[in-house]
Design a protein around this ligand. Structure first.
Ligand SMILES: Cc1ncc(COP(=O)(O)O)c(C=O)c1O
Length: 322
């Protein structure tokens, strides 16, 4: 019934205090989160290094996970340390050397009123081997579509929280863009500036200066974004954090997405469909190929996550040491 076709190497997951076989049926059909999206989650990556598998910036992901849970008023029955241990256990049980890790806290079975006062908070941790989210497109440079729907405004919700229900908007815009043949969607914010992708932040490069926006522009300030800002300044690039207008984006020399799932994925072409009354205008970013600064940051990032730079060893949690 539950084949792992789209979850390579996933054999087991953790739920209700135990390791379960991937194919085991689990939650009840009337679980609260299934109906209302009352869940919070993280997306974390583990990489293979010479010293064995490591989880990248686990502490920061755990901090965000617990923050998300508090935003949804969850009474989490596990400590951060316990969840960390469960994540390490799931990696080992699946014998994974590299992985995408998905912890999820959700309101489960109890009642179906909007307020889940009789629904318990439960935890799932799963992991599998998942390639770069934007796949082959990331190698040649992605072609993106600015969708008509705007990113939810920072005044409407705490955007530090990864709340399951809100991701229906990411699914919707991701589907819209792909149905038109693009690799990914891009949202504007309510101010009409570039916000982010459905699961990625956006950087641009102009005249050698790297720029990204922040929470005041209605984005989730991703952990990869923070990492890239640090790595870029460490290699001497000038970095600015300020709004990205549409014109900034269209006239950039280079642009790229960042995210745990997508890692660093160049953007080379944009179609602006933000105004449904207008026919989408097309823009090539820079030369239309993956730019040199993007490549440099991408390579550096991939070396760091794979443990090739001791200066960033603090960002790595060893699953076990070879
Ligand atoms: C809306 C959104 N923006 C940006 C990101 C990138 O965040 P991170 O780099 O922490 O994965 C994500 C992914 O979690 C996301 O869902």
């Amino acid at each position: 019934m539950f084949e792992n076709t789209h979850f390579p190497k996933a054999e087991k997951f953790w739920y209700l205090g135990e390791i379960m076989e991937w194919k085991e049926p689990t939650i009840h059909v009337m679980s609260h989160a299934l109906h209302y999206g009352t869940s919070v989650f993280e997306g974390i990556r583990a990489y293979n290094t010479k010293k064995g598998p490591v989880i990248f910036r686990l502490q920061e992901h755990m901090d965000r996970f617990m923050h998300s849970a508090s935003v949804l008023h969850m009474d989490v029955p596990y400590s951060k340390e316990e969840i960390t241990d469960i994540i390490l256990l799931v990696m080992k049980e699946n014998k994974l050397e590299k992985a995408y890790i998905r912890p999820l806290l959700f309101y489960s079975y109890g009642n179906l009123g909007l307020v889940p006062k009789h629904s318990k908070v439960e935890l799932i941790v799963a992991a599998w081997e998942w390639g770069a989210y934007l796949g082959e497109a990331a190698k040649r440079g992605t072609r993106v579509n600015i969708v008509p729907w705007r990113r939810i405004h920072h005044s409407q919700f705490d955007q530090k929280a990864k709340l399951g229900g809100l991701y229906v908007l990411s699914t919707l815009t991701g589907v819209l863009a792909r149905n038109k043949g693009y690799d990914e969607a891009v949202y504007l914010n309510l101010e009409g500036n570039i916000a982010e992708g459905p699961g990625e932040n956006i950087f641009i490069i102009k005249d050698g200066v790297l720029k990204t926006n922040d929470m005041s522009e209605s984005i989730l300030e991703g952990i990869t974004r923070t990492t890239v800002l640090k790595l870029a300044s460490d290699i001497g690039l000038e970095c600015r954090v300020s709004p990205i207008t549409k014109q900034d984006f269209f006239q950039a020399d280079e642009a790229f997405f960042t995210g745990t799932a997508a890692e660093i994925a160049s953007i080379v072409h944009v179609t602006d469909d933000s105004d449904p009354a207008d026919e989408g205008k097309e823009y090539t970013i820079g030369t239309g190929k993956v730019g040199n600064i993007t490549k440099k940051i991408q390579n550096f990032y991939l070396e760091v996550v794979r443990g090739q730079h001791d200066a960033y060893a603090d960002w790595l949690t060893h699953v076990y040491k070879k």
